[in-house]
Design a protein around this ligand. Structure first.
Ligand SMILES: C[S@@+](CC[C@H](N)C(=O)[O-])C[C@H]1O[C@@H](n2cnc3c(N)ncnc32)[C@H](O)[C@@H]1O
Length: 307
């Protein structure tokens, strides 16, 4: 494990592309589990607490779709509203929400041209749905252009989250709503974990420099002008069940019978080498470390009607 951690002691976290191009084994594991789904979020699982093991029977791909549906509920869209889906990835979240609200106009924007190009290929023919390449911290839209803004599991990449919040506030109409689904340190004191070797590994995989703490997230949203309408802790639906899923997979992968069982369930696992499996064990343990100091949050921030 030391050998795996040492080369990334000071991760360069400025390249989100490498999180999703298959060069990181954890993302490959997620991509195999989801059979190459265009969605890239961690999934929102149906069971928690004592029932959490039941999630092992459900697919991670289904959980990814459910994540979009849960975020869509928080958006509370009605009729002919305009939605901006910031960091839309390969476009499926924007597509699903457009289908849920056929009279709405949905615009997906992502930093990576290859993501918006894929989005365009997969969903570009859908009525009232379009995609653009652009930066969340410098949105290419006029003031008060949207009724809703969604940022689903992407703000951890942004070097300046406050700038993103200001941009979201600017493009929202008065009375509009921003839903941000993101990670946050439990408390300010947990920030010391940022430079822990296990955290470094996670930062390298997912290309992030730091999280906000929970109080800091809400305070920054208020400073921007938002009202904090709700803060939901989704950790028991997202990070905890996914960790259980991966720990079960890795536990099975330790034995040849277990590996055969895994390959029977999902033949795509054949693409992982022995060293890939070792790297996954270290990476999943590192993610558990970060999870013990952070939460997976869904925030609802509202722009007041009168400024
Ligand atoms: C975990 S993926 C989530 C994608 C999508 N919301 C989903 O649920 O599938 C994070 C996305 O953030 C995008 N991203 C990273 N930095 C960005 C930025 N500054 N502006 C816009 N998008 C960005 C990445 O390209 C990637 O598509």
């Amino acid at each position: 494990m030391t050998a795996i951690l040492s080369p990334i002691a000071r991760p360069d976290t400025s390249n989100p592309e490498c999180s999703y191009d298959g060069s990181k084994v954890v993302y490959r594991l997620l991509r195999l589990e989801t059979w190459g789904s265009p969605l890239m979020n961690l999934g929102y699982f149906g069971y928690r607490g004592l029932f959490a093991p039941l999630n092992l029977m459900s697919s991670v791909e289904g959980a990814q779709n459910r994540m979009v549906l849960e975020a869509a509920k928080l958006l509370g869209m009605r009729g002919e509203q305009d939605l901006l889906d910031v960091a839309c990835g390969r476009g499926k979240s924007s597509y699903l929400i457009q289908c849920l609200h056929p009279n709405a106009t949905v615009t997906g924007v992502d930093l990576l041209e290859q993501h918006t190009a894929t989005a365009q290929t997969l969903f570009g023919g859908t009525r009232n749905l379009s995609y653009q390449t652009g930066n969340a911290m410098d949105l290419n839209f006029g003031d008060e252009s949207f009724d809703r803004v969604l940022c689903l599991e992407a703000a951890f990449h942004f070097p300046d989250r406050a700038e993103f919040l200001r941009e979201a506030y600017r493009v929202l109409r008065p009375g509009g709503r921003l839903v941000v689904v993101d990670f946050a340190w439990n408390t300010e004191a947990d920030r010391v974990q940022k430079d822990h070797p296990k955290t470094m590994l996670v930062r390298d995989v997912w290309q992030w420099d730091d999280f906000y703490s929970l109080p800091e997230y809400e305070a920054t949203a208020r400073e921007t002008g938002f009202r904090v309408a709700a803060s939901h802790d989704w950790s028991s639906r997202v990070t905890a069940p996914l960790q259980l899923q991966f720990r079960t997979v890795l536990g099975l992968a330790k034995t040849s019978i277990g590996r055969r069982l895994l390959e029977w369930r999902n033949p795509l696992y054949r693409s992982l080498s022995r060293s890939d499996w070792h790297a996954c064990v270290a990476a999943v343990a590192a993610h558990a470390h970060v999870q013990s100091h952070s939460k997976y949050m869904a925030f609802v921030f509202e722009k007041p009607l009168a400024g």
